[in-house]
Structures are given as structure tokens and as C-alpha cells.
Ligand binder design. Structure first.
Ligand SMILES: [Zn+2]
Length: 80
């Protein structure tokens, strides 16, 4: 624990803690120096996930976001 620098698991670049993107899965941290590297990694993860599971996760998330959008729109209308 001598260094505070982290290493991006996609491109190997070193970066200080607090910067970059951290994804935690089952308590394990996956570190990326930029959003671009995180996205690159996630795209590769998608290839590993069963398509049916991935599809249902995408649809569920899509639904959540569209509900949030609708709520935000309602709030805007109420204010006017
Ligand atoms: Zn990187």
C-alpha cells in the first residue's frame, strides 16, 4: 500500500484514486482511468453474458430510465 496510484485494467495507465471510474461487483473493484476504458470493458462483458439475461436487464433499465424521464417531465410541467 505504498502507492496511492491505481492502474487501469484496460489500458494499463496509472491514475490517482478518486479519478477515473470504479465498478464494484461482489465487493471486487474494477478500475478504469476513463469512461472510455470502462465502456470498452463493459462492451466486452456484454459478449460474455447470456443474451436473454442481458436483454432482460437492458429492458428493465430502459423502463426505469423512461419512468424517471416521465417523472422529471411532470415536475417541470407542475413548476410552470
Ligand atoms: Zn484506461
Amino acid at each position: 500500500m505504498a502507492s496511492n496510484k491505481l492502474t487501469c485494467i484496460v489500458c494499463g495507465r496509472r491514475f490517482p484514486r478518486g479519478q477515473g471510474v470504479v465498478l464494484v461487483v461482489k465487493g471486487k473493484e474494477y478500475l478504469f482511468h476513463s469512461k472510455a476504458c470502462a465502456l470498452k470493458f463493459l462492451r466486452r462483458v456484454f459478449e460474455e453474458i447470456d443474451e436473454e439475461l442481458l436483454y432482460s436487464a437492458f429492458e428493465k433499465t430502459l423502463k426505469k430510465f423512461s419512468e424517471e424521464l416521465k417523472r422529471a417531465e411532470l415536475m417541470r410541467k407542475k413548476k410552470i
